[in-house]
Design a protein. Sequence first.
Length: 178
Amino acid sequence: MKRKSLPIALLLLCSVVWTTQAAIHSTKRGRARNDIGNCVFAVKIFREDVGRYPTQEEGLKALESKPDTLSADVWRGPYITFGEDRADPWGNEYRYIYPLEGKQGPYGVYSLGPDGATSSSGNDDDDMNSSDPDSPRTVARARKRKYVAALSLGIIALVVVVLWMKRKGPNKGMNADK
């Protein structure tokens, strides 16, 4: 009886691990998307109050504490509170770019994503940015990751079943314990 339940237990364990990892990854991307949205909203309110966007030098810090270049009657913040650090779900500080070149808007807020690095100021495949947090690249990558994970799980299941059948011996099949 124990031999019959081993492949099933392994399959269940693999599916639980895969599902948990996918949920954690999805939750982190969702949090980063929300944080970036909150930063964008805070930058817009900052601009309404001050009459300009935070400079590159001021960065996102200008949303939490008054920059020295502004008077107290103009700056009505804090516009956002990050807490201990300005870290994304992967432990990297959110980045702010001003001015932003191109047609994406006057500024940008981005996360370095899971790898913690960027070579394109927030436009790498795993980066999330205020211009396009739900980019087709991101959606396509997530879909591809699900297919690869499902295929991997299927291959693991097939290997487990084949090994289990081999252990039972030739021509005994699945009903050998009866």
